[in-house]
Design a protein around this ligand. Sequence first.
Ligand code: ADP
Ligand code: ADP
Ligand code: ZN
Length: 214
Amino acid sequence: MNIILLGPPGAGKGTQAKQISDKYNIPHISTGDIFRKNISEKTELGVKAQGYIDKGLLVPDELTIDIVKDRLSNVDCKNGFLLDGFPRTVKQAEALDLFLEDKEHKIDYALLIKVPESSILERMTGRRVCSKCGASYHIKFNPSKVAGKCDICGSDIIQRKDDSEETVQERLDVYSRQTEPLIDYYTSAKILCAVDGTQDIDVVFENVCDILGR
Ligand code: ADP
Ligand code: ADP
Ligand code: ZN
């Protein structure tokens, strides 16, 4: 099963992705996580990407598309994959379609997690993430069991630099300008499915499973 997750920053893509990946046994590929790993390891890609990410802007398509193609060429993707945070532009979506077409594959579901802009700021500024495995927590809605430590791997939980109030506003603008057009793109392709992302995390996941099959 090949799935992509769509939705504004803070919609809960990463949170749902972890559960979907476990249940359906497909790798969770987050371009944000890939960039952050490269930034912490100070690779050439990380150095190039950091300036954009810190400002809340998208990393250019030329850098992003090849990374995803590489990752999807890995053997662990042959029975399916879950893309979280890619595509974010129509150009990325077209490149992904061409790449999959070449391999006689396609996307089965474009899953849109819908959350109104009014809820996003609280979600984003209260978000905390594991510095090692990327798991997402929230100080109010989804706190870790032990304060400051990841439930999954025990590493320290931190706040992302780009989750500050000013950067979040920029990211929301970028989303509506550059990423929202993908909703039409995948509606035309007849693979868009939407879930109400304002419900509790477990309820959202139940709705997702209703769509994907159990
Ligand atoms: P995204 O990957 O779409 O940016 P995350 O999964 O990181 O979003 O979630 C953003 C923040 O909102 C996190 O702090 C997360 O714990 C919290 N969150 C995720 N889903 C829900 C939900 N259904 N209700 C309340 N808070 C949520
Ligand atoms: P969020 O949790 O808000 O959805 P991500 O972790 O997916 O954020 O991405 C963090 C940042 O990494 C983005 O704001 C953007 O700068 C960069 N990024 C991630 N994925 C892409 C992509 N597909 N194209 C361009 N930039 C990206
Ligand atoms: Zn962790």
